[in-house]
Ligand binder design. Sequence first.
Ligand code: PLP
Length: 387
Amino acid sequence: MRRVYLDHTATTPVDPAVVEAMRPFFSGRFGNASSIHHFGREARAALDESRDTLAGRIGAQSGEIFFVSGGTEADNFALKGAAMTMLGRGKNHIITGRSEHHAILETCGFLEQHGFVVTYLPVDEFGRTSVCDVRDAIRAETGLISIMHANNEVGTINPVADIARVAKESGVVMHSDAVQSFGKIPVDVDALGVDLLSLSAHKIYGPKGIGALYIRRGVAIERFIHGGGQERGRRAGTENVPLAVGFAEAALLVHRRLEADQKRLGELKERLRSELRERFPWILFNGDPAVALPHILNVSFDSRRIGIDGEALLFNLDLAGIAVTSGSACTSGSMEPSHVLLAMGRDADTAKATIRFSTGHSTTDDDIVYTVGVLTDIVRRLGKVLC
Ligand code: PLP
């Protein structure tokens, strides 16, 4: 059966060169990076080199990279670590956006239960947070701003550099979740002006279970996991050397082909967009058409014009071998429309009739043609045209 994987935003296959780079560190070069003998020093050298490589991809210093278990942990570390430090400075207010990832929103919810006050800024029709809204929300008690670099559902890129400038003027720590943008568009911590930045390996053809938090030198942030002195005492636990090596190798590889991928995936996206527009007059495109990641195309079927169930769409696409994500998430057994699409102003029924296509290294022109053909058949069978 033909299989077309159009869900690279959820995760990516590990690049074979990444598997090869990691392999020796599972067995022959298995040492604990904290041991001082030969085996330990060998592991430490690989870890240091991986840290250097990763730092170089985002314009950071090696000592500013802290390995963690993934994007979720990087977000938790950034928010909880900064929040603990804020308390010591008599601050308790955090600013974030309504279209952030659950790793941010749930952490903010947790912090609210512990006395912090969180402002959830609205987003515009494209899912973008406004610099002016951030400026207006800052108060004397504000200690942290967290606004994602690019949205994982619709791909819209936020004006993080402008927001960071506003944060700096007010002496507020600036965090950005760059889990989806890293490796897809240039990410440079100085150009963005951020103090904290979250990264994850499995979105860039690296292994699952590893990510990193960038912490700008001099930014005070409380340690996250207590134990041994690993990761300069801020995130204890024996370092996962194979995965760190894999993360660094993946980062090297995606950055080598970044420009070419941006162009190729951008062209595939435009092809998909125009084919869909031609076939389905009532299709709505979610996210900024211009200032967005090159590999995500998020579309909804307008509920005022066609009745179609998003889950049925997804299920039928899967039956035909096509893997995509819908615009809803399963919460307590029922399908809830995406909080991002609702924040952008889509009604719940339209939000539920949504598909996110995300392309990657393996995607071909032919995959796009096949997908549009299959989707056309499915919509013809399942859709109830209203007007
Ligand atoms: N932040 C964003 C924007 C994401 O898209 C994701 C994963 O989808 C995460 C954080 C969580 O990353 P991880 O899966 O590495 O925990």
